[in-house]
Ligand binder design. Sequence first.
Ligand code: SHN
Ligand code: NAI
Length: 208
Amino acid sequence: MNLAGRRCVVIGGGPVAERKATMLAEAGAVTVVISPNVTEGLQRLHQEREQVVWIQREYQQGDLAGAFLAFAATDRPEVNAAVAAEAEAEGIPMNDAGEGTRGSMITPGVLRRGGLVVAVSTSGAGPTAARELIREIDEHFGEDYERYIDFLSSARAFIKERIDDPGRRKRLFRRLAETDILTSIREGSFEPWSEAAMIAWIEEQTEE
Ligand SMILES: C[C@@]1(CC(=O)O)c2cc3[nH]c(cc4nc(cc5[nH]c(cc(n2)[C@H]1CCC(=O)O)[C@@](C)(CC(=O)O)[C@@H]5CCC(=O)O)C(CC(=O)O)=C4CCC(=O)O)c(CCC(=O)O)c3CC(=O)O
Ligand SMILES: NC(=O)C1=CN([C@@H]2O[C@H](COP(=O)(O)OP(=O)(O)OC[C@H]3O[C@@H](n4cnc5c(N)ncnc54)[C@H](O)[C@@H]3O)[C@@H](O)[C@H]2O)C=CC1
């Protein structure tokens, strides 16, 4: 989901709200936190980032106006329920941290390796298990994978720029995915492809 510049509203200012707001701020969202008090981390976030706004008061009906996403993370179930009701009425996707199944979306555990994003959800059954699984996956996808994704990203952009024919593009993308770059990255023998190498590779695929 591209949240850049989108208004996202977080109700509550505790550690859970901080986690959600940090994730939103990192995604470039205009992040509005509404809560009478906030954690030190949230205060810092608000001071350091122009795009993080703190409205120091309790939630009021109407606070979700113009929101792209909403998050309820107060310690008061009746407040979270009121936020859920407003989101429902306004058609705004909403996350309820205190009652996962009430919201229309849940936040998974997330691992980022450059362009690679792995999300793990237990459908609300065990958030800690989701985090443990992310740790395990983290051990399997090291920096090698980040380099591989960078390579894929630049090679794919190159093909898109040079090849207009959709069938030929598709064949090249498939060949690209089949090419075992990861092993050479892992063995330390990988050299980033120059423009000439990229053109030569495309020619080779076309000849066969
Ligand atoms: C449904 C969901 C809704 C949502 O928030 O989206 C939800 C709900 C609830 N969490 C609860 C508790 C805890 N959650 C965490 C941690 C995380 N929780 C996250 C997601 C989700 N939590 C969604 C489901 C994800 C899935 O699919 O599995 C993570 C993955 C991502 C994130 O929050 O961004 C993040 C790990 C981030 C990281 O990597 O660190 C910890 C540990 C900690 O805080 O250190 C505890 C305390 C220990 C425990 O109870 O297990 C409670 C009980 C509250 C109570 O008893 O009062 C509820 C309420 C309920 O059960 O519905
Ligand atoms: N989804 C998750 O990952 C987790 C969810 N939880 C649930 O999330 C809730 C919040 O967790 P914490 O951040 O640790 O709680 P907390 O008690 O530290 O923070 C609650 C925040 O909500 C604010 N608040 C209270 N009433 C409000 C109102 N009417 N309007 C706006 N803000 C209001 C408070 O000022 C405070 O900043 C917990 O009660 C629990 O049910 C707890 C742990 C993890």
